[in-house]
Structures are given as structure tokens and as C-alpha cells.
Design a protein around this ligand. Structure first.
Ligand SMILES: Cc1cc2nc3c(=O)[nH]c(=O)nc-3n(C[C@H](O)[C@H](O)[C@H](O)COP(=O)(O)OP(=O)(O)OC[C@H]3O[C@@H](n4cnc5c(N)ncnc54)[C@H](O)[C@@H]3O)c2cc1C
Length: 320
């Protein structure tokens, strides 16, 4: 990859090299913009680290669209293989990438100052694509904190056999965790509502139905987890009835918290939402701070293609 360019002020700084940040950089490169991509760990690191064995589908969450840009994304590749392709693409396209953690984004007279652990950069525009994966939402129930039996992501490596596994959530992540472990374990899926999330894919719902019919998964609708004890959990049904279920492992998929403190510190207005706070942005994904855009998980996008397409649109809106 190229070394940092010597330009004092960039036209565009992109923060985070997940799919949204990569697509932004790929488009900036094509439009010959003076840009810089800052990533704190490695290209696609969060997918690589937490979903290496998971297959990535084009149709996921709300997405049914096609990729508009240049990001390599063959359907149904595992997270690890996909990220390897992205890393190769970043190398081959000689993206201007620096590994460094962004700590603050300031703005004076329309010019952004981006401070990382080691450097300070200036830019006329910023796209923040730092995602939300680092802050899985906790339930804040007794027994949850610092409990080694509680996880917030499927590791896809866990060699669980004949275990009692409780999965919490009604979205794709919860359904996929249940499906991942159901052949060799006993799964109880706790769903708060009386149906799965609207974004749950037909494929996941169909596969789950098959697993339920096969007796591999029990689904408890309108049921919440209320306490985690040593070897059992307490669940409460909507009608108030409490029940204790045995467990060995718990996977909680309650979504992800937006990094609200960081967004506030950047001057980005956040509106209250059911999910606990959502950054405000307009139809071009521009926040209330002129020149500061967000894309990907931070906007609520829940798929690779939606995330990448948002960045495509931002870069072309800004520079085409
Ligand atoms: C269980 C699960 C299964 C999924 N399956 C699919 C699927 O099959 N198909 C699909 O399309 N989507 C799937 N998704 C969704 C998809 O992974 C996300 O929509 C996508 O990764 C969001 O991309 P992003 O670029 O916004 O953020 P991320 O992928 O989270 O990338 C953010 C990047 O920013 C970096 N970063 C963070 N903070 C800083 C900082 N301060 N400074 C510098 N860099 C920083 C991180 O290191 C990271 O590399 C799944 C998600 C989950 C949780």
C-alpha cells in the first residue's frame, strides 16, 4: 500500500475500513480525489475477527439491491475469505490506507482536524464509517456482567456439543446463531415479540422452521431473559409467567449501540430512537456538521451492500 501522501489538507478522509469505508476509498481513488483511509486495526477486521466462518449473503437484512460500486463481494463467501479478497483489493488498487485509531474529529471554519493516536490530519470532508460492532447491546440483567458463559456474537469456532444453548433475539444474527449450533446442541430461542424481526431473511426463517420441526430448536415468543443464575436462567413470558431453564451458554443478539459519546464529541446531533439514539443525517448521509458524512452501520444499514452503496452515493454526490 502507498505511504501517506504529503498533501497537507485532504479533500476526503474516510474513517474505518469495513465495507463502507473501503467502497468510499475505491470510489475516491477512481475519481482521483486526494483522500486518506484511516483504519485502527486492519481492513475488514471486525468481520474477520468475529465472523470468519460465517457465510456472507448479498440479500441480508433490508437489502435486496445490487452493489453500485467496486467492492469485491461474491455471494456466500465466508467472512474470512471475503475479507481476504478485500485486503487483496486494497493492495492491488493501492488504496491510501494508514493504520491508526481516530480519537477526535474537530471542525474549525469548515476544515476538519482529525486526531489519531500518532498524527493529526486535515480534510475538507470526512466520511465516518467506523461501524457499531464494538458495542453490542447488553440486557443489563442480574448475572449478565462479566459472565464467561455469555457472548454477544457467534464465534463460529465454538465446539459445543450436547449443550443447552439459550439464544436471545429475533433478528438474523440470533437466527443464524441458533442454526449454527442446532445440529449438535439443544437450542432455546427467546424472542421478545410474537414474531421475528422484519429484517429476518426468508432463508433464515425457512431454515429455522426446518430446525424447529426437527426438534433441534425451541422458539419461545413474547419471552424475555430476566436473570442469569449459576446453571439456569429465569425467563418471563408476556403473561407474567416465570420459568427457569437450564443452560450452558447464552448468546445475546440485541443489536449494537451507536458510539454516542464519540458522535456527540464530533458535534453530530443524535435523535432519540427505540434503539437508544440515532445520528441525524440527510438524504445524502450528511450530518448536521457540513462536510461530515456517515455511512454503513452508523446509519443503521444492516448489510454489506447497503453500507457500500451509501458510501458510493456520498463520494459521487461530493465529487462528481
Ligand atoms: C452476525 C452478523 C451477520 C451478518 N451477516 C451478513 C451477511 O450475510 N451479509 C451482509 O451483507 N451483511 C451481514 N452482516 C452485516 C455487515 O457485516 C455490516 O452491515 C457491515 O459490516 C457494516 O459495515 P461498516 O463498514 O459500516 O462497519 P464495520 O464492518 O463494522 O467496519 C468498521 C471499521 O471501522 C474501524 N474503526 C472503528 N473505529 C475506528 C476508529 N476510531 N479509527 C479508525 N478505524 C476505526 C473498525 O476497525 C472496522 O474495521 C452481518 C452482521 C452480523 C452482526
Amino acid at each position: 500500500m502507498e505511504k501517506q501522501t504529503l498533501a497537507k489538507t485532504y479533500d476526503l478522509v474516510i474513517i474505518g475500513a469495513g465495507p463502507a469505508g473501503l467502497e468510499a476509498a475505491l470510489q475516491a481513488k477512481r475519481l482521483e480525489i486526494n483522500y486518506l483511509l484511516l483504519e485502527k486495526s486492519a481492513v475488514g477486521s471486525l468481520i474477520f475477527d468475529t465472523m470468519a466462518e460465517k457465510k456472507f449473503y448479498h440479500e441480508y437484512g433490508r437489502n435486496t439491491a445490487k452493489l453500485k460500486g467496486a467492492l469485491t463481494f461474491p455471494d456466500r463467501l465466508t467472512g474470512a475469505d471475503l475479507v481476504r479478497l478485500w485486503r487483496t483489493q486494497a493492495e492491488q488498487e493501492r488504496l491510501v490506507l494508514i493504520i491508526d485509531t481516530v480519537q477526535t474529529i474537530g471542525n474549525t471554519d469548515g476544515l476538519f482536524t482529525i486526531k489519531t493516536v500518532t498524527q493529526t490530519y486535515q480534510s475538507r470532508n470526512v466520511i465516518l464509517t467506523s461501524g457499531t460492532f464494538e458495542n453490542p447491546r447488553k440486557l443489563h440483567i442480574p448475572g449478565e456482567a462479566d459472565n464467561p458463559k455469555v457472548a454477544y456474537a457467534t464465534d463460529y469456532y465454538g465446539e459445543y456439543q450436547n449443550k443447552e444453548i439459550i439464544v436471545v433475539g429475533g433478528g438474523n444474527s440470533a437466527l443464524e446463531t441458533a442454526l449454527e449450533y442446532c445440529e449438535q446442541n439443544h437450542i432455546t430461542l427467546l424472542v421478545r415479540k410474537n414474531h421475528f424481526a422484519e429484517t429476518a431473511t426468508e432463508r433464515n426463517k425457512k431454515d429455522l422452521e426446518t430446525a424447529v420441526t426437527a426438534g433441534q430448536v425451541r422458539v419461545r415468543y413474547e419471552t424475555v431473559l430476566s436473570e442469569i443464575k449459576q446453571a439456569s436462567v429465569v425467563v418471563i413470558h408476556q403473561n407474567g409467567v416465570q420459568e427457569e431453564l437450564p443452560f450452558d451458554h447464552i448468546f445475546i443478539h440485541a443489536g449494537y449501540e451507536k458510539p454516542l459519546d464519540f458522535l456527540h464529541a464530533c458535534g453530530i446531533e443524535v435523535e432519540e430512537s427505540l434503539g437508544g439514539g440515532k445520528p441525524k443525517f440527510d438524504e445524502h448521509f450528511e450530518t448536521n456538521v457540513p462536510g461530515l458524512f456517515i455511512a454503513g452501520g452508523l446509519t443503521g444499514a444492516d448489510s454489506v451492500i447497503e453500507s457500500a452503496n451509501q458510501s458510493f452515493e456520498i463520494v459521487h454526490h461530493l465529487f462528481n
